[in-house]
Design a protein around this ligand. Structure first.
Ligand code: HEC
Ligand code: HEC
Ligand code: HEC
Ligand code: HEC
Ligand code: HEC
Ligand code: HEC
Ligand code: HEC
Length: 245
């Protein structure tokens, strides 16, 4: 740990020089330099940037610059999401807090003011998904820790690499969804793996077979013990298996 820290804090001024950023000036409250994505990528853009974690493993702190810049948020600065970080070098955070909701709402208002039809369409769709999520089982307080929700946006969506529908990266993320849901639902993943759908998706890479969210819905996930949910799930089968209903 110690060695890593030293390497990093030595790397800071070097990264600053390379990027033409005055790290010392950035630290002075009187002249706050704008913290651009380039500044952050001076450290986090370095491949293999990992630190030891609390459990004796490693924690990956690398953000792939190329993949990030091509994502829907690629023109954003890191601090648009990481508002907790206001200077560089920065302190260790006790917990990462990112608000995925407010910015979409604000951007939709701006798009409406500017009458930007394309942005209005995209961002309205995002807001609809947010409303659905907020009513779901995942938005409710966790039974073990009520300060956390059961699952939040970036437990399912990759924080740095969100791509629009229709792109190959988006299709790849979808094929991997069972593993993402399965991080929290291990038993269901194990059962799914042996099912027809699981084998089609995970072994044969068939994009037409059902991933978890095709049956459970993406955002309106509800307890499967409710009759209404079971009915919804059965109706979802029909989207792909019309002949059998
Ligand atoms: C000088 C190198 C350096 C720069 C520049 C840098 N970071 Fe970091 N960052 C680190 C290190 C080291 C850690 C690990 C801290 C720890 O856990 O001990 C880290 C951790 C993080 C984390 C995880 C939270 C945590 O504390 O564990 C986030 C988020 C983060 N950085 C965002 C940013 C953003 C945003 C910027 C640009 C404004 C940035 N970093 C610039 C070195 C840097
Ligand atoms: C769209 C919002 C968003 C943007 C833009 C963003 N981040 Fe993040 N970042 C997040 C979220 C959310 C997490 C927490 C992810 C999680 O816990 O799964 C995170 C986590 C991190 C971590 C910790 C990784 C870990 O596994 O502990 C680092 C480091 C980081 N971000 C750096 C950056 C850097 C550098 C940039 C800019 C190039 C950036 N982020 C841009 C949302 C964002
Ligand atoms: C600082 C503003 C901002 C923040 C914070 C932000 N987003 Fe976005 N997001 C946008 C904008 C703007 C768009 C629309 C981009 C476009 O016009 O294609 C968008 C689009 C999206 C889309 C839709 C992609 C599509 O093309 O259909 C998803 C999904 C998304 N964001 C997820 C997230 C998640 C998850 C987080 C939190 C980790 C987050 N966003 C945080 C600004 C933001
Ligand atoms: C339980 C997992 C989960 C959570 C939590 C979640 N999403 Fe999603 N989201 C998905 C899945 C799965 C899809 C689409 C998969 C499919 O049908 O192809 C999706 C699709 C979307 C879309 C449509 C664009 C696209 O790529 O299809 C948007 C916008 C979106 N999510 C935003 C959000 C936001 C914002 C949050 C948090 C408020 C959130 N999601 C929380 C799983 C989740
Ligand atoms: C996203 C689309 C999709 C959804 C939703 C879906 N399936 Fe499937 N299902 C497939 C595909 C693709 C296959 C692969 C075999 C094929 O091509 O017929 C398959 C195979 C099957 C098979 C094996 C049949 C055979 O001919 O080998 C059964 C049984 C089945 N699904 C039942 C269901 C049930 C029950 C539901 C709802 C609870 C459901 N499916 C939801 C796409 C879907
Ligand atoms: C073909 C449709 C279908 C797919 C695909 C599917 N499920 Fe389910 N799931 C169901 C049905 C139907 C139930 C209701 C319980 C039952 O009858 O087994 C259920 C029940 C559940 C439950 C409630 C607890 C339980 O076991 O009864 C969870 C959690 C769950 N599924 C998560 C997942 C996850 C995670 C995935 C992907 C790895 C997944 N499901 C894939 C249809 C599906
Ligand atoms: C970060 C962890 C996490 C992720 C990721 C996650 N979930 Fe959940 N989910 C939970 C928790 C916690 C609950 C509430 C406790 C429970 O019932 O298991 C829950 C509840 C559920 C339920 C209701 C279970 C019941 O019948 O009571 C279903 C169905 C479900 N999730 C499906 C999914 C699907 C599908 C995905 C992926 C698209 C997913 N989850 C992703 C943590 C997660």
């Amino acid at each position: 740990m110690g060695v890593f820290r030293h390497l990093i804090w030595i790397a800071a001024p070097v990264a600053g020089l390379v990027l033409g950023v005055n790290v010392a000036a950035a630290q002075q409250p009187s002249a706050p330099a704008k913290l651009t994505a380039e500044t952050c990528l001076g450290c986090h853009g370095v491949e293999g940037f990992t630190i030891p974690d609390d459990k004796g493993g490693t924690r990956n702190l690398h953000v792939d610059k190329d993949k990030f810049s091509k994502s829907v948020h690629g023109s954003r600065d890191c601090v648009d999401c990481h508002k907790q970080i206001t200077e560089v070098p920065h302190q260790k955070l006790d917990r990462i807090r990112v608000d995925c909701v407010s910015c979409h709402r604000d951007q939709l208002e701006e798009a409406k003011d500017a009458k930007d039809a394309k942005k209005i369409t995209t961002l309205s769709l995002v807001m609809d998904r947010i409303d659905e999520y907020l009513k779901s089982v995942h938005a409710r307080p966790n039974a073990q820790d009520q300060s956390e929700t059961n699952a939040t946006c970036y437990n399912c969506h990759q924080a740095h690499y969100v791509y629009p529908p229709g792109s190959p990266q988006r299709a790849e993320w979808r094929q991997n969804l069972p593993n993402i849901c399965g991080k929290c639902h291990e038993g269901q993943l194990a059962a799914y793996k042996t099912s027809v759908h699981g084998r089609e998706v995970l072994e044969k890479n068939n994009p037409r077979a059902a991933v978890c969210s095709d049956c459970h819905s993406r955002h309106e996930v509800e307890s499967a013990s409710l009759d209404a949910t079971r009915l919804d799930i059965t109706q979802n089968c029909g989207g792909c298996h019309q002949a059998n209903l």
